[in-house]
Design a protein around this ligand. Sequence first.
Ligand SMILES: Nc1ncnc2c1ncn2[C@@H]1O[C@H](COP(=O)(O)OP(=O)(O)OP(=O)(O)O)[C@@H](O)[C@H]1O
Ligand SMILES: [Mg+2]
Length: 450
Amino acid sequence: MTALTVALVLVVAPAGLLRWRRPAWYWMTFGVTLATLRVLVRYASVMDACGLTVPPSRWRLALARVAGRDVPQSRPPRILRVRPTRTGLVLRLGLRPGQDAFDVAASSDRLRHSFSMYGVTSREVRSGVVEVRMTGYDVLKRVQMPAAVDTRPMLVPVALREDGSVHYRDYRAVPHALTLGATESGKSVYQRNLVAGLAPMDVALVGIDCKQGVELFPLARRFSALADNPDTAAELLDALVSRMEGVYQVIRAEQRITSAIADAEIAADIWDLPEHLRPVPVVVLVDEVAELALATKKSDPRRDRIIKALVRLAQLGRAAGIYLEICGQRFGSELGDGITMLRAQLTGRTAHRVNDETSAKMAFGDISPDAVLAAIQIPAELRGVAIAGDSTGGWHRIRAPHTSLRQAVNICNRHADRTPDLPELAPFRPELTGTAPAVEQLAEAAPVTA
Ligand SMILES: Nc1ncnc2c1ncn2[C@@H]1O[C@H](COP(=O)(O)OP(=O)(O)OP(=O)(O)O)[C@@H](O)[C@H]1O
Ligand SMILES: [Mg+2]
């Protein structure tokens, strides 16, 4: 008896401690087995209690009557697959006749309580099949990105979603994006993660950081061009527009539409060009966009020039491989003409914590009212948590890992040799002699701990 008690204490105490301090480890060691057993054992009764069963069909009733058996019970959706993951469980359910994916989605909260999971979401995989993703703990509390992620050109695994899956920034599917959020909500950390993700890829990075360059200049070794004030930004954006026009000339020259060329081989953007001719794609990161859009006087030619260049890049840049990543606290019509036109071109939307509904509406008002509500509800202490949506109306709660400036500097320095020298942007290439001390100072300020 004593031995049993000791053994029990030796298992339960570490499990409790892990669950409290390291929920991810707890999940991998004990949680996943317990949760799988709980779900499988309680499945039928929970589904019944959640109203997710269907009464027996006529032929089953008739068969039971003929065979003199008891009336058959209502049936829950069929379990097609149970897949334990690093953060939870994924259930594939085959719906019964008369059920729809909305029934399961509407019961997610009840399922969450009934199976004692942290979160439950569902989505339709195909007609009649629904995937229910359950998380065993709050995966956004301490974000750990999985080691295995999809790798494709211009695809950056930038954050974790609340259902435990990876949130990607896919520049080829969603060329331009807008990130909004109140001050100290995590926009720059999100952007830093993007830079760190893009650094090992064949891409030119261009930065406009009107906060005197505090966020992007330490990463200068991986940037092909940087601007830290609106005057330089205006010139830089004009240079990008000229580059875009140059790239279109390259594509035109390569098109050579003759009857001998198959439709699929006619180049319409840089990705259709043969590799030796393909210009390097450019990601333009703009932090604190309001600084660029604010007019100093009633008619401000510099501001109009900047907005015009940004609108042109947003409208025409994709095929030339120029992608915009714009961050700001607000981005609405109060910033003047052209802003709503520019916003309409920024398909990817991410909103960190915002203080008022109007700011959230600037990100999601024209996409999804639910996402507006979710963005306002992000608690102030959960910095970095954001709502990411796209123009299809779908949205997710995400959080990027907390990449410190020092980690990002290290990654950028490691991949500094990948920084392409673009002739059009040569005047804006950052002075590396000026940035090296900054990097060293950072190293002194934050000595390596891990
Ligand atoms: N994903 C995250 N995980 C944990 N902490 C975060 C995360 N993102 C941001 N933070 C914390 O929030 C602080 C502010 O973040 P950040 O500088 O990105 O805010 P911001 O929205 O850019 O603010 P501002 O508008 O003032 O520039 C960071 O110093 C960091 O401590
Ligand atoms: Mg910032």
